[in-house]
Write a protein that binds this ligand. Sequence first.
Ligand SMILES: [Zn+2]
Length: 326
Amino acid sequence: MTSPASGASGAPDLPDYAPIPRSALGPALNDQGYYVGRVERNLYWVTDGVYQSAFLTTPDGVVLFDAPPSIGGNLRRAVDEIAAANGVTNTVTHLVYSHHHADHGAASSLFGGDVIRIGHEETRRLLLRDGDPSRPVPEVTFADRYTLEVGGERVELAWHGSNHSPDNIYIHFPGHDTLMFIDVVNAGWVPIYNLNLSEDVIGYMGAPAIALSYPWTHFIPGHLGRLATRDDVAVHQAYIADIEASSREALASVNPVPYYVAGGENAWAGVKGHLDAVTERAAAPIIAKYTGVLAAADIEVFTLTTTFQIMQSLRLDRGPSGPVHP
Ligand SMILES: [Zn+2]
């Protein structure tokens, strides 16, 4: 392990970033480090300020949606608090996985072996592959759609293709005017590295439009400290569309030849020089435009790596990757 240089306080010295817009922040956490709030009726969300989870209380049991380890035991406390306040059972009977990633599911095992776990069939396959005892595999799986009915409530699960991960699903609560869709849009914040660590660039870029095609007012995005609105999704779409347009402009305007000439027999030096120049040219106006609009937009490496991924996808997925040799 390495540690960054520390100042007098012992905390690492970080660059002097732009202030976080107040609108990007959520409600204060309690002494145990969580906030639980009502989304609508008997649907609740929980946050530790960075990760989010949700649960539905019903007369027949509680349905949990994701179990991020950073919230961990506070999920149990949040469910107990709400169940006690409303005089309903606190027994967790079902757990839905949004996708297979550990950072959203590794508190699953805290809820024992009797819980019915539900997920996409690819989530099951990936969890079997990864063999992590903290994420028991879902025994109920589906390919495209699944309607979950518990205690008179209905939740519609759907898979519309790969995006952030191959198995990331849309969780619609038609009776609660809510959509839960994880790791694509961060409410009020830029995506972190490489489009929020996403595997499928084209799928990731198209996913917000699919999310908006559902009727909802409340959006549970998985990050960070508050819920999102339809406007938040639109700002995210504009950020990504601006990166795409800027990448096209930069690809067309940066002449690769001098970089390859300078690289000589080191072909990879030429590739790096060219693609770094395209990435920096494409990302610079985006960082300037969104600083103060999306929180942490001035953390350059996030927009640079996201721009690099989109620019590469424009070349490799959509094409052309370059001129055809005569
Ligand atoms: Zn993820």
